[in-house]
Design a protein around this ligand. Structure first.
Ligand SMILES: [Zn+2]
Ligand SMILES: [Zn+2]
Length: 244
């Protein structure tokens, strides 16, 4: 008998691993989007050197699955850390540039809420840089951004994860699917919700229009922020139902 569970895998790529607690394009800004320092002396047009260095600095030991910072003496296996083993996350691994703080937090905010679309490029470049160093790279069959409900996309004018995913896929020549995985429930923002409420909020929120398209494929989900991993996990659960 074919064991489909061994065939399909889902990975997650996000800009930020958030800690769980509770269209204007400017082509040549004179100030760093993350810290407001002048960029006059620098060739970089969006982010200053200091902020870039801060973003790229990663030293903490992390869980390979949920990205949780592991305390002293706590280890994680391929199945995850004690924290995420209990939450039954349905994806295999997650990757992110940095925590939701400092320069990167500011950049995501400028991109997502202040709609500085020019930031797709530097943020996309950071994701590409992160992804090309991962051993899962050759395994990826398809990339899917975490979808927004059509109403939310209309309100914001764009899906930030889709724009980042397009950038990554174009540069790395990866196949992308932007409309097969869709959000059918206009869920509340997860920010203010508890873990249980978050799970309830995303239950039944996603649907796959054409399951054949994801049949036996190893998928890379792209989202801007990963907090508890519940949203990504619910997407992964749907992807796995397609014969994964
Ligand atoms: Zn800066
Ligand atoms: Zn974990």
């Amino acid at each position: 008998m074919l064991n489909l569970h061994q065939e399909n895998k889902t990975y997650v790529l996000t800009a930020i691993r958030n800690t769980f607690s509770g269209l204007l394009d400017i082509l040549y800004p004179r100030y760093c989007f993350a810290c407001d320092n002048s960029l006059h002396e620098e060739g970089n047009t969006y982010i200053c050197k200091n902020c870039l260095e801060e973003i790229k600095k990663t030293d903490a030991k992390r869980c390979v699955k949920c990205g949780f910072e592991l305390g002293i003496g706590i280890t994680s296996s391929n199945k995850g850390c004690p924290e995420c083993e209990n939450s039954n996350l349905r994806f295999e691994k997650s990757f992110f540039i940095s925590d939701n703080k400092g320069a990167l937090k500011n950049l995501i905010h400028q991109f997502k809420y202040n709609k500085h679309m020019c930031l797709v490029k530097p943020l996309g470049d950071l994701l590409i840089n992160l992804l090309i160093h991962q051993d899962i790279m050759p395994e990826i069959d398809i990339v899917a951004p975490v979808p927004l409900h059509w109403r939310k996309k209309l309100e914001r004018g764009f899906n930030q994860s889709e724009l980042l995913a397009k950038k990554v896929c174009k540069k790395l020549s990866l196949p992308i699917s932007t409309s097969n995985l869709c959000r059918i429930k206009n869920t509340l923002s997860q920010t203010q919700l508890s873990r249980t409420q978050r799970q309830k909020n995303v239950n039944g929120a996603f649907k796959i229009k054409n399951p054949k398209l994801f049949f036996k494929k190893k998928a890379l989900l792209i989202d801007d922020v990963l907090t508890t991993g519940i949203t990504a996990s619910e997407c992964a659960r749907n992807l796995k139902k397609c014969g994964s």
